[in-house]
Ligand binder design. Structure first.
Ligand SMILES: N[C@@H](CCC(=O)N[C@@H](CS)C(=O)NCC(=O)O)C(=O)O
Length: 204
């Protein structure tokens, strides 16, 4: 079993995606919490040496660094044949959901959440309205992607579910609401063995 070491922070939905995948797949790993609110240059040298943009998440696999949450999820699915990675169809589904999430949900919910963080200067009202309108389209499309299934990968969760969970776990903090189907999916995700709070994923 390779040595796995995840750098992340509980406020990072991108890091939570990877922590959730490791947990659901039962892959033993170490974590190091990186203070993403501190100046990048003040972060630990060992982390700065492996993270090209000083961002989390980074996963070390036997000392080899992989960055970008979607790339890490694909690496885990393929290398360990987990979370959809055990079949060509599951891998394809994972790639499709990951690309969609990164281009859509990942381009509005993080910004909406950050705009409402206490102490943040916020964003102009018209920017909030534009991001919210984008999210509302994403919510409709989530419902289409889920269809009648329990998870985005079907009967069991896959890397696509982990990717979407990253920021959909925080809809209320972003000032938006789930569709009924999305609310049901969140409840099912929340009940999974292996689901944890962000703080539990990245203990101090
Ligand atoms: N596209 C990247 C996004 C990574 C990212 O934006 N990480 C943020 C936290 S969510 C970060 O490390 N911010 C600290 C900084 O930029 O200094 C991914 O999918 O991993």
């Amino acid at each position: 079993m390779p040595d796995l070491h995840l750098y992340g922070h509980p406020d990072s939905g991108h890091a939570c995606k990877v922590a959730l995948a490791l947990s659901l797949a039962g892959l033993a790993h170490q974590t190091t919490r990186i203070d993403i609110w501190a100046a990048p240059e003040s972060r630990p040298p060992a982390f700065l040496a492996v993270s090209p943009f000083a961002e989390v998440p980074v996963l070390l696999i036997d000392g080899t660094a992989v960055f970008q949450s979607g790339a890490i999820l694909m690496e885990l699915a393929q290398r360990f044949a987990v979370l959809g990675g055990d079949t060509p169809e599951g891998l394809r589904r994972g790639r499709e959901i990951l690309m969609w999430e990164a281009n859509r949900i990942g381009m509005c919910l993080p910004q909406l959440k950050e705009a409402r963080r206490p102490g943040n200067g916020g964003l102009p009202a018209e920017v909030i309205a534009w991001l919210t309108a984008r999210y509302e389209i994403d919510r409709q499309n989530f419902d289409r992607l889920l269809g009648d299934a329990r998870f985005l990968h079907g009967d069991a969760p896959g890397i696509g579910d982990c990717a979407v969970w990253g920021y959909v776990q925080w809809l209320e903090a972003a000032g938006v609401a789930p569709s009924p189907a999305m609310a049901g999916w969140r409840a099912d995700m929340g009940a999974l063995t292996g689901m944890k709070t962000p703080d539990a994923f990245f203990p101090t």
